[in-house]
Ligand binder design. Structure first.
Ligand SMILES: Cc1cc2nc3c(=O)[nH]c(=O)nc-3n(C[C@H](O)[C@H](O)[C@H](O)COP(=O)(O)OP(=O)(O)OC[C@H]3O[C@@H](n4cnc5c(N)ncnc54)[C@H](O)[C@@H]3O)c2cc1C
Length: 393
């Protein structure tokens, strides 16, 4: 269902991706999960529909998808395979800034190949903590800025702790600081072409959930041309490039991916709960289960409506800050945990024994609380946006 009004274009994309997810993506999800295998084939199927260039302008050969459409598409993928949705959403956020504000060189070097389906990107953000000695929190940019050397910026064995699609992407967007650049606020963004630097994955991904997303640690070494920095010509503007161009899609697609876990598990529960046992009874005959399903349906519609309103605020440029996006992320990720936990109870031994994939959704949902903007950090940010420092006593 969709309570938020969708255009015929948005409905058509939702229908097309739902059909693709049912046919191509869902059937592979269990095996990717079992083997912790990168969802190469499912991502390729998205590429064949032109979806790698979803948010590239039509004039540059992309689909020109808006944020509401983006959320619809990520939700439909996640309903069937959250790992595929996670790799795909990381790609979208990684190419967002370059798609929006490319230089002439970046247009030719990155955006046009992206529109031809030759670029699949990943985000090399978080680093091992302890670099600064300031506190225990993870950092997303090195304390030591990348030095300028002949030929560009030097990556001297830079380690990133978790990189979804590690080793499988053609391009990585690195969160960094550069010599002589800003020292405060969101990091700068540097586009790395994987075939032009040395890199290695330094761990095997064997996560509790999101097992197909291959989120391994990586080390990068080499020199990257300064022209690969995104949005440098906007330097000096109030909002850094990352906050303005990358964050809305980064946060909202997290919301869409976790919403998809909740709605995918819920839809499966409606089908399975309606099946009759040999006795003739159905799980959904039980009043406790009826109450559970009714409550889930209300919570899913509320989260979806909120997410789509927040996405439309991004499309219309009327979000006052990142506040509605971050609220959508925590609402959707906590929804996914609640719904999948309840379904583990409702489907009892069948779910626990993995006869139905509720436990996969349950494991995948747990990632939402700790990744991206971890929810504790998200609530802290919400608080700061509600009560800016200058308003504090
Ligand atoms: C499946 C998966 C895929 C990922 N993919 C990527 C990726 O593609 N690119 C990438 O850059 N990173 C990725 N990450 C990393 C992810 O963003 C980090 O896990 C996240 O930033 C938390 O860092 P940490 O794991 O070091 O948690 P820890 O530092 O161990 O944090 C644990 C807990 O500390 C609290 N906490 C942490 N930081 C703060 C804060 N600033 N304020 C308040 N509380 C806080 C929260 O309660 C959090 O849950 C991925 C992680 C997972 C699990």
């Amino acid at each position: 269902m969709n309570y938020y009004h969708l255009t015929s274009d948005q409905l058509e994309w939702q229908r097309r991706v739902a059909e693709l997810a049912e046919r191509e993506i869902g059937p592979r999800a269990a095996e990717y999960d079992r083997k912790a295998q990168f969802p190469k084939e499912s991502l390729a199927a998205l590429g064949e529909l032109g979806l790698w260039a979803l948010r590239v302008d039509k004039e540059h050969g992309g689909l020109g998808g808006d944020m509401v459409t983006t959320c619809l598409i990520v939700e439909e993928i996640s309903k069937k395979c959250p790992s595929t949705a996670m790799c795909y959403k990381m790609h979208l956020e990684s190419v967002e800034a370059v798609s929006r504000i490319p230089t002439a060189l970046q247009l030719q070097r990155f955006v046009e190949p992206l529109a031809r389906g030759e670029v699949f990107a990943a985000a090399a953000g978080g680093e091992s903590r302890g670099q600064s000695g300031r506190d225990w929190r993870p950092v997303s940019a090195p304390d030591v800025p990348l030095p300028s050397v002949e030929g560009g910026l030097r990556l001297d064995n830079i380690r990133k702790s978790y990189v979804t699609s590690a080793g499988h992407a053609s391009h990585y967007i690195m969160f960094c600081r550069v010599e002589g650049g800003r020292t405060e606020g969101p990091p700068d963004l540097l586009m790395i072409e994987a075939d032009k630097v040395d890199w290695q994955t330094v761990s095997e991904w064997d996560g509790l959930g999101m097992r197909g997303n291959c989120s391994a640690a990586m080390v990068f070494d080499g020199v990257v041309p300064e022209e690969n920095l995104l949005g440098i010509e906007l330097e000096g503007e109030k909002e850094p490039v990352m906050a303005r161009y990358m964050m809305p899609v980064l946060i909202l697609t997290y919301g869409a991916a976790y919403l998809g876990i909740a709605s995918g598990a819920y839809e499966l529960a409606c089908v399975e709960g309606n099946k009759r046992f040999p006795s003739g009874a159905r799980r959904l005959d039980n009043p406790i289960n009826q109450r559970r399903i009714a409550e889930m349906s209300a919570q899913i519609e509320a989260a979806r409506a909120f997410l789509h309103v927040a996405a439309s605020m991004a499309d219309e440029g009327r979000a006052p800050s990142l506040l509605p996006y971050i609220q959508a992320k925590v609402i959707c990720s906590e929804l996914a945990v609640r719904v999948t936990q309840d379904l583990m109870t409702m489907f009892g031994g069948t779910a626990f024994a993995r006869e139905l994939p509720f436990e996969r959704y349950f494991r995948d949902a747990r990632a939402g609380v700790v990744m991206g903007l971890a929810n504790d950090q998200a609530y802290e940010t919400i608080n700061q946006l509600l009560f800016p420092a200058e308003d504090a006593d």
